[in-house]
Design a protein around this ligand. Structure first.
Ligand code: G
Ligand code: G
Ligand code: MN
Ligand code: NA
Length: 253
């Protein structure tokens, strides 16, 4: 309860920050997209990871203002990088509750217009759980966004229960394979078999595939051999504050 009061104040005082983690193409290791990940710069407790406050925000009905802040901040950052000659696509995580809001498409488009960012430079990451909660509603919302050029990815795929039938009807362009599946792949043949099958299925449906939580070069090589399109994880870069990310990007290219 004290935390809810703290979070209300944090929203008013602009205490949240975004860190950015790249996704790279496995073919040439070029950065294809950058995921925005929120942290709370708490006045006394230091920098808090999302696991420590997002569940409280979601339960207390404060996710909506946070999602709005994250969207605006990430889109403005992408627009600023673009003006500086770095046209990077930014990916924003959309919570289950935010996905089901009627005005999400209008809000997203207004933020893009305000920042003069092309819609193709924004990707929304939605979890399979969020989509499963209300598939018709989710498909309706995502179709409107995709019609305007916003990319949509299913996040944490393979961690929960996704109906494979749902993949046929969802207006998505990308699928992110959950780190729990990918990270054990080199030691567990069954994990590799499932990962391979997911990659093949996604490609047959016309989606690009990103593997999450990649921590070693050996895993990068194996994923490339399986025709996975992109990788994200500590072997490439941890999530970094904007200035540190810009430094990383300069060294990477
Ligand atoms: O950054 P980290 O790996 O600790 O993120 C942990 C979880 O928090 C991930 O599942 C991620 O999707 C989620 N998360 C991070 N930033 C945001 C955000 O801005 N909005 C939402 N809804 N989830 C986020
Ligand atoms: O669910 P989502 O993919 O949005 O969350 C990404 C989370 O995974 C972030 O909290 C991020 O800090 C974390 N993460 C990113 N790369 C790695 C990695 O290589 N290994 C591990 N263990 N966690 C990672
Ligand atoms: Mn994500
Ligand atoms: Na994920």
């Amino acid at each position: 309860l004290a935390m809810v009061t703290d979070l209300r104040r944090a929203l008013e005082n602009d205490e949240f920050v975004l860190h950015y983690q790249p996704k790279v193409s496995l073919a040439d290791l070029k950065v294809t997209s950058v995921e925005a990940l929120v942290r709370w710069q708490h006045p006394t407790r230091g920098l808090l990871p999302p696991g420590e406050f997002l569940p409280v925000l979601e339960r207390s009905g404060l996710m909506q203002p946070l999602t709005r802040w994250v969207l605006r901040e990430a889109v403005q950052q992408a627009a600023s990088w673009r003006r500086a000659g770095m046209p990077l696509q930014v990916a924003v995580n959309i919570s289950p509750r935010s996905l089901l809001e009627d005005d999400l498409p209008a809000r997203v488009l207004a933020v893009l217009r305000g920042a003069e960012l092309p819609a193709s430079l924004l990707q929304l990451e939605v979890t399979e759980t969020a989509v499963m909660t209300n598939p018709e509603r989710a498909a309706f919302v995502l179709t409107q966004l995709q019609a305007r050029g916003v990319e949509v990815a299913i996040d944490d795929f393979g961690a929960g229960y996704t109906s494979l039938a749902l993949l046929r009807i969802l207006p998505i362009t990308a699928l992110k394979i959950d780190s729990s599946l990918v990270s054990q792949m080199l030691d567990h043949a069954a994990d590799e078999a499932v990962t391979q099958a997911v990659i093949d299925l996604a490609h047959r449906l016309g989606f690009s595939v990103t593997a999450e939580g990649v921590e070693t070069d050996a895993l990068l090589d194996r994923l490339a051999a399986l025709n996975c399109d992109q990788a994200q994880g500590y072997v490439v870069s941890a999530p970094l504050p904007p200035a540190a990310f810009e430094g990383w990007l300069t060294d990477w290219r």
